[in-house]
Design a protein around this ligand. Structure first.
Ligand SMILES: [Zn+2]
Ligand SMILES: [Zn+2]
Length: 700
């Protein structure tokens, strides 16, 4: 409890420590002191003055700093949201840990993860919202619970394991995190449902994290249907993600905070939901990169979920067909418990993987390498049988670049070190980095030649070429461009489910989670790029992506023809493809982990990345060089600064510098001293626009 309150009883008012969004770069890192006429419990929301502004703050369970400031010399809090119960001590611990670990101020993090609308509401308005939530409480008539599917033996074992953990936890044991390693279609969701049911029956709240906003409606429907009778109240199941309206997000957050929402489904930001009786956390597709926040406090929701579960002593389930190598290594070393679902439910077989060697094709000028003759023949055969196929290409747009054969002009972006992508449908050249968009020029802007042509292939061009090559086939493209408007994705997915589509073309967007029961054939037409990336995680991501893409095929065991996945590659013998062909994640993980270990890369070393942005590369590099000079700790290795993979974006030069330590604790200790020194250093480097530390960076 707040010790300061009692000590200071004699002076007029109380001193409160308030976490408020004073950005780290201002040098105000910890909670700030304020005066209040009455005692306010830690975790309470308040509004406080800071400079000329008034900001939302959280009364923090912290000791006041050791100075002798009297309450009367402090500024007073402006308002106290007394109608709202305080955030729990466990929530404050989570924020304290995350802020410390990811090198941000606790007030900045709190402000980023609380519903934005809280910042705008007055105490009266919030009280009105709470009353509105009360009125919604009328219980709906409970429906009869739907029949639960029978569990396969492996599923039953997984459920028993989690139920035992929940039981043991009620007796005070601290369960290990569970890595649920289940092939695509093995019924992981049913395991989550059963575990959630057990936790709910014990009166606890359940948090389910998913990587994509798009996946929340289908999951919400599935959980809603299952728990309609168990959780009849209207806000018992809520979702939390950034696509909600501010009012919805606040309402769902309040439902969770007040304990009315028993089950919360959400994307990474939901890991910070206030859940006073949390009893189980599920992280679905735990390997997915979208669990890592890419700006502000660059937290990993997956890692924080594990921390939060450990702190509370509750079970956490990390599910994946292709676990992150970090989680896999934790299972190997015994820190996590591994539970395996090796069989598809209902006896569906995993698709046969065929590696198509592009070198076997006769080389001739003008050959279009994506749509090979054998691939078209296969698609035609599937078409004749009335089956659906999926063609996967991880590049949107029509062509990656427009090119003049006369003068070698290419459609570069004037603001970035990148090409602008040709989008044929609206005849634009669009930069996928800064968004700079222009009409396609009629002639080469450099020499006036009228014959400018696209090079390479994106999903838009693939869609066009497929429609030309297979007349009569109904081809649908799903990617970030085709689903820009609200409701478009849902409509397109529905068309696939309804069988109105023969060939689905798309980016990684369609490989995640969607249960396409009719698809029997998946082709990846040009996946080789990631094999030779400078990012050491690229092969891991490619393997996961291809396993997931393949996992879309053959989910309906009753179909007659064998499901197949086809990978067109110039590197057929690559170990990654060989492991893929055997669906052998374990082998792939073993190879990759051996490579990582010999190269001292995560999970065998711990990394942080210091990024700097400036108008010139020299200014950014000078800051990083000076930062490196400040690093005196011999336990860490500071690499020389290098340009970002796309060095210039929107006329800003980006440089980065890697810091490595053998132990996590040593890296953390180093950052605790280094980051405050960088704040001071930045003041001498006026040309630096932005800088940031990314702890456990996902893309290098
Ligand atoms: Zn030209
Ligand atoms: Zn650009």
């Amino acid at each position: 409890m707040n010790n300061g309150v009692h000590v200071l009883e004699a002076v007029p008012g109380h001193v409160l420590q308030v976490a408020v969004d004073a950005p780290q770069h201002s040098g105000l890192a910890g909670p700030l002191s304020y005066r209040s006429e009455h005692a306010v419990e830690p975790g309470s929301l308040v509004r406080v003055p800071l400079g000329k502004r008034e900001l939302l703050g959280v009364v923090w369970p912290a000791q006041p700093p050791g100075d002798d400031t009297l309450p009367r010399e402090l500024r007073a809090i402006a308002a106290h949201f007394a109608d709202l119960p305080p955030l729990g001590p466990d929530w404050c611990r989570l924020l304290d840990f995350a802020a410390g670990y990811y090198q941000r101020s606790v007030g900045e993090l709190a402000s980023a993860v609380l519903p934005p609308q809280l910042r705008e509401l007055s105490t009266d308005q919030l009280a009105a919202r709470l009353r509105k939530l009360d009125r919604k409480r009328a219980a709906a008539p409970p429906d009869a619970a739907p029949a639960r599917p029978d569990l396969a033996p492996e599923q039953a074992h997984a459920v028993q394991h989690l139920q035992a953990q929940l039981q043991a936890q009620l007796q005070g044991a601290r369960p290990k995190p569970t890595l649920l390693f289940g092939v695509t279609g093995s019924g992981k969701t049913e395991v989550y449902l059963r575990a959630a049911e057990a936790a709910l029956a014990a009166g606890r709240q359940v948090l389910v994290l998913v990587p994509e906003i798009n996946l929340t409606p289908q999951l919400e429907a599935r959980f809603g249907e299952r728990f309609a009778a168990l959780l009849p109240e209207p806000s018992a199941i809520v979702s939390l993600h950034s696509a909600l309206t501010p009012a919805q997000r606040l309402q769902n957050w309040l439902a969770a905070h007040l304990g009315r929402a028993r089950l919360v489904l959400g994307t990474r930001l939901a890991v910070f939901a206030s859940l006073p009786s949390l009893g189980l956390i599920v992280v679905d597709e735990e390997h997915d990169p979208s669990y890592k926040q890419q700006d502000g406090a660059r937290y990993s929701a997956r890692d924080l979920a594990v921390w939060r579960a450990h702190d509370l002593g509750i079970p956490v389930v990390l599910g994946s067909a292709t676990p992150s190598l970090e989680s896999w290594q934790h299972a190997e070393s015994g820190r996590y418990e591994r539970v395996t679902l090796a069989q598809r439910i209902g006896g569906g077989a995993l698709p046969r993987v065929r590696l198509f060697d592009m070198k076997s094709l006769p080389l001739k000028a003008g050959v279009t390498t994506a749509l090979t003759a054998p691939l078209l023949a296969e698609l035609q055969a599937r078409l004749d049988r009335g089956e659906q196929s999926l063609v996967f290409l991880n590049r949107r747009g029509y062509a990656p670049v427009l090119h003049c054969g006369e003068c070698q002009w290419k459609s570069d972006c004037p603001h970035c070190s990148a090409w602008r992508v040709f989008h044929k449908r609206d005849r634009t050249l669009r930069c996928h980095h800064c968004g700079f968009t222009e009409r396609v020029p009629r002639a080469c802007p450099q020499c006036g030649n009228h014959d400018i042509a696209p090079i390479g292939r994106g999903t838009e061009r693939l869609e066009e070429q497929l429609a030309e090559a297979l007349p009569g086939a109904r081809v649908l493209r799903i990617d970030a461009d085709s689903t820009r408007r609200k409701g478009e994705l849902e409509a397109q997915l529905q068309a696939v489910h309804d069988g109105e589509v023969d060939i689905l073309v798309g980016t990684q967007m369609i490989t995640k989670g969607h249960d396409f029961r009719r698809i029997r054939f998946v082709a990846a037409v040009n996946p080789d790029g990631a094999l030779f990336s400078s990012d050491f995680r690229a092969p891991e991501r490619l393997f996961a992506l291809l396993m997931q893409a393949g996992g879309r095929a053959g989910r309906d065991a009753s179909a007659e023809s064998p499901a197949e996945m086809w990978v067109q590659t110039w590197h057929r013998d690559h170990a990654l493809y060989q492991a893929l062909a055997r669906h052998d994640y374990v082998r792939f993980a073993r190879d990759q982990l051996a490579e990582r270990q010999s190269a001292s890369l995560p999970p065998f070393a711990h990394l942080a990345l210091l990024r700097a942005e400036a108008r010139t590369a020299e200014a950014a590099k000078a800051f990083l060089d000076a930062a490196a000079a400040l690093a005196q700790d011999t336990a860490v290795l500071v690499y020389p600064p290098v340009p970002h993979a796309v060095a210039r974006v929107a006329d800003v030069e980006r440089q980065q510098m890697l810091v490595e330590a053998a132990q996590r604790g040593r890296l953390q200790a180093f950052l605790r001293d280094w980051v405050p020194a960088l704040i001071a250093l930045k003041r001498e480097h006026k040309a630096v626009l932005r800088w940031a530390v990314d702890v456990d960076p996902l893309s290098i």
